[in-house]
Design a protein around this ligand. Structure first.
Ligand SMILES: *Cc1c(COP(=O)(O)O)cnc(C)c1O
Length: 415
């Protein structure tokens, strides 16, 4: 749904954002966020909001979450000094290693947090959506850990494209349900999971995978992912002896980026840089860069920036990275972009794959193709700011991307 131009007071919103005022009581981030949902969903969201308020700050809940993060997820994840990339780029580059978290990416931080909350709320089963399959795998793992049944909705097209992750979810005990409606990809899977939740809002919990959707999800996901930035901030002070000049992360729905950025928003001396999927070009349908090229509108319960045409029709997106291939973005990023606290740029398919190859050889780390977009952005930043101290959110590992890497970087060099 397309909703016209924005009139905002940037200075006032910036001051509020820096003082931690968002979301407000209505779940809004300035003009963005909120809840644009059918009546049938309101009781379920109200219940969830009460649950968030009652349990998230509860010491017993925090202690249980911290114990799972430490002994099952493997936190804190290390901060690695990227010696060779620093030398090559003429900067001081530090990597926050979410690739070393259980199941290979940051998504597990949110999955185990929400699964614990679901248990507290008395839910008997969990439903989740997945696109590339990473959130489905994290949800399946978290549910197995807590002994809860898990149903994962996945677009039929995605199930074919991401067959190994379907197998992983099933081994972890989840039921994977193919979605044949709509675009048969992530967007249709989210709609289907919401429908399931509405039919049994007391017994079922919907475990949403990124910082998107209706309030309170963008807030809830940010709270569980902020562990990334909180750890990284302390590790920078301890290991580098100072805060970074810039923190860089890739942005799909925006969960790893908001997790890294949020603890730095008040540090106005720290620049923040988000990298979206630039795909093959700037035209509609060639990328998935909602902040760079999008306009305001409503998608899946939330007012944010979207890739849509002049009639409000959501556009097809393209990215070499399945995990960044979504036409919307979380509402807090839309605000941070609009008030200029975070700079967002697009990195293209080719540039990102080159950066991935460079990281492999220089540091002995194979990052996810999503993460490679952050490497491309950090390299650009280093070139423009010689000698700067760069903190890069390494959101996940790239083993899952081998089929794509065989077709692209390794083309002509089989095995
Ligand atoms: C899913 C995924 C992303 C994109 O999701 P966000 O919610 O934007 O973080 C980025 N990196 C990796 C490794 C992922 O699996």
């Amino acid at each position: 749904m397309r909703t016209g131009a924005l009139e905002i007071d940037r200075e006032a919103l910036l001051a509020q954002a820096v003082s931690g005022a968002f979301p407000d009581a209505r779940g809004r981030y300035g003009p963005f966020g909120g809840r644009y949902v059918p009546e049938t969903l309101v009781p379920a969201l109200d219940r969830l909001e009460r649950g968030v308020r009652d349990h998230l700050a509860d010491p017993a809940f925090r202690a249980r979450l911290e114990s799972e993060l430490r002994t099952w997820v493997g936190r804190p994840t290390p901060l690695t000094h990227a010696r060779e990339l620093s030398r090559r780029w003429g900067a001081d580059v530090w990597l926050k290693r979410e690739d070393l978290a259980h199941t290979g990416a940051h998504k597990i931080n949110n999955a185990i947090g929400q699964a614990l909350l679901a248990q507290r709320l008395g839910a008997k089963r969990i439903v989740a959506e997945t696109g590339a399959g990473q959130h489905g795998v994290a949800s399946a793992a978290a549910c197995a850990r807590l002994g809860m049944p898990c149903v994962v909705y996945m677009g039929a097209i995605d199930m074919e494209r991401q067959a190994p992750n379907v197998g992983r979810m099933r081994l972890l005990g989840a039921e994977v349900v193919p979605v044949r409606s709509g675009d048969q990809t992530l967007r249709a899977a989210i709609d289907e999971a919401l429908r399931d939740w509405v039919s049994d809002p007391d017994g079922t919990y919907y475990l949403l995978g990124s910082a998107v959707g209706p309030h309170p999800y963008p807030y809830l996901v940010r709270e569980f992912q902020s562990v990334i930035g909180l750890e990284a901030r302390a590790q920078m002070l301890e290991q580098a002896g100072a805060l970074p000049d810039v923190a860089v992360a890739c942005v799909g729905g925006g969960s790893n980026a908001i997790g890294l950025f949020h603890p730095f928003v008040r540090d106005t001396g720290v620049a923040l840089l988000g990298l979206e999927a630039g795909g093959t070009g700037t035209g509609l349908g060639q990328n998935a860069a909602s902040l760079a090229y999008g306009t305001p509108g409503v998608l899946q319960g939330c007012y944010s920036l979207l890739l849509q045409d002049e009639h409000g029709q959501i556009q097809e997106t393209h990215s070499v990275s399945a995990g960044l291939d979504y036409p919307g973005v979380g509402p807090e990023h839309a605000l941070l972009a609009t008030i200029g606290r975070v700079t967002y740029e697009a990195a293209g398919d080719d540039e990102s794959l080159e950066a991935l190859a460079e990281c492999c050889r220089a540091e002995g780390i194979l990052p996810a193709i999503e993460t490679a977009h952050a490497f491309a952005g950090a390299k650009r930043y280093a070139r423009a700011h010689p000698g700067s101290r760069i903190l890069l959110g390494l959101s996940g590992r790239g083993d899952k991307d081998m089929p794509t890497l065989q077709r692209t970087l390794l083309k002509g060099n089989p095995s």
